[in-house]
Design a protein. Structure first.
Length: 340
């Protein structure tokens, strides 16, 4: 699929290219492998010089990424993080799999922040992001800030969802300074103490803790660019359009879309995850956002089946509705249909 990675003196794989080097991290297991690979491919198109550190949450994901040996991608086994942050193992014993994954987010970023080259910001990305344009406008906002994050931007009628957090974990960038380190350590400690997939006063998974950051730590900057983190929960208020060859979300150029809740229900049938947020699969949203992403995932799936022995990958969900529920969704026009 690509040439081999080239390790540098710091032990990282780097991509040659113009522009500043950007350091990203994410995590996924084999069930999210296609989405994680789609994220990587979108970074290739829009970030000339980057490293993406991937925490592999199961052995199948680690084996696949090591087989591919992609430039700029560093595959890290979960066991490495657990050895470096042994308190995680106690949390692992009393949480579900997804809750443990949430617990690992902050510890993984902290682990990388402690190892990263001086002066480099580290940016965490959810694996189901996909970039449509260069990221530099977001890094322009980071200048002078210690931590940048992005709000959910819930529109009218969805304000109640703020009990899951005002801010979204999807993009988090941490500068190389004391404020960022204090924030990361505090977040890691809180997640190890409590990180469950339920809402409690002031808490939800790893995400609700972000609400505290602007008042607890100096240098925290919520991203203002409205083309960042467009998602099922806010796209109805920022409709997708194409103008002069560029994609827009409302009046802002689209930088990245968050494909949260996107899943395959059956061969050829996909749920965009819009329904629960009251958003419609408009023609522009279908043809400019979801169909290109689906085509990317299909292409990756086909290549992996050719190149990786015993390839095991998924489409993000093992839960499927029954036949009657699936038929109702299909007849309602809420599903994405693909012949592949």
């Amino acid at each position: 699929m690509s040439e081999s990675a080239r390790p540098d003196a710091a032990g990282e794989a780097t991509r040659a290219g113009a522009g500043p080097h950007r350091t990203f991290c994410t995590y996924f297991d084999s069930n999210y492998l296609l989405k994680g690979m789609a994220l990587y491919r979108s970074l290739e198109r829009h970030v000339p010089n980057f490293t993406l550190h991937v925490l592999c949450l199961d052995g199948a994901a680690l084996e696949t990424l090591r087989t591919l040996n992609l430039p700029g991608l560093v595959a890290i086994p979960l066991e490495e993080l657990e050895a470096a942050q042994p308190r995680l193992l106690e949390a692992k014993s009393n949480r579900s799999t997804v809750e443990y994954y949430f617990t690992c987010t902050s510890s993984f970023v902290l682990h990388l922040r402690q190892r990263a080259a001086a002066g480099q910001p580290i940016t965490y990305l959810d694996a189901d992001l996909w970039f449509f344009a260069p990221v530099e406008p977001l890094f322009d906002e980071l200048r002078g800030a210690s931590v940048t994050m992005v709000g959910h931007r819930f529109p009218s009628g969805l304000e109640h969802l703020a009990d899951h957090g005002i801010y979204n974990v999807g993009w988090l960038s941490f500068a190389d300074d004391q404020n960022a380190r204090e924030c990361l350590r505090w977040w890691s400690d809180r997640c190890i103490e409590w990180c469950y997939d339920r809402v409690e006063p002031g808490r939800y998974a790893d995400q609700k803790y972000l609400d505290e950051w602007p008042r607890r730590f100096a240098g925290v900057h919520p991203i203002e660019h409205r083309g960042a983190n467009v998602a099922p929960w806010n796209v109805a208020a920022s409709p997708i359009s194409r103008r002069d060859g560029l994609l827009y979300a409302g009046e802002a150029p689209l930088i990245f879309y968050h494909f949260a809740a996107f899943k395959r229900l059956a061969p050829g049938l996909y749920d965009p995850g819009l329904t629960s947020y009251g958003a419609r699969l408009t023609p522009a949203l279908r043809d400019e956002i979801y169909r290109p992403y689906l085509a990317e995932c299909h292409g990756i799936d086909e290549r992996l089946r050719r190149l990786v022995p015993n390839y095991a990958g998924g489409w993000g969900s093992k839960r499927r509705p029954g036949p009657l529920a699936l038929a109702r969704l299909l007849l309602s026009g809420k599903l994405l249909v693909s012949g592949r």
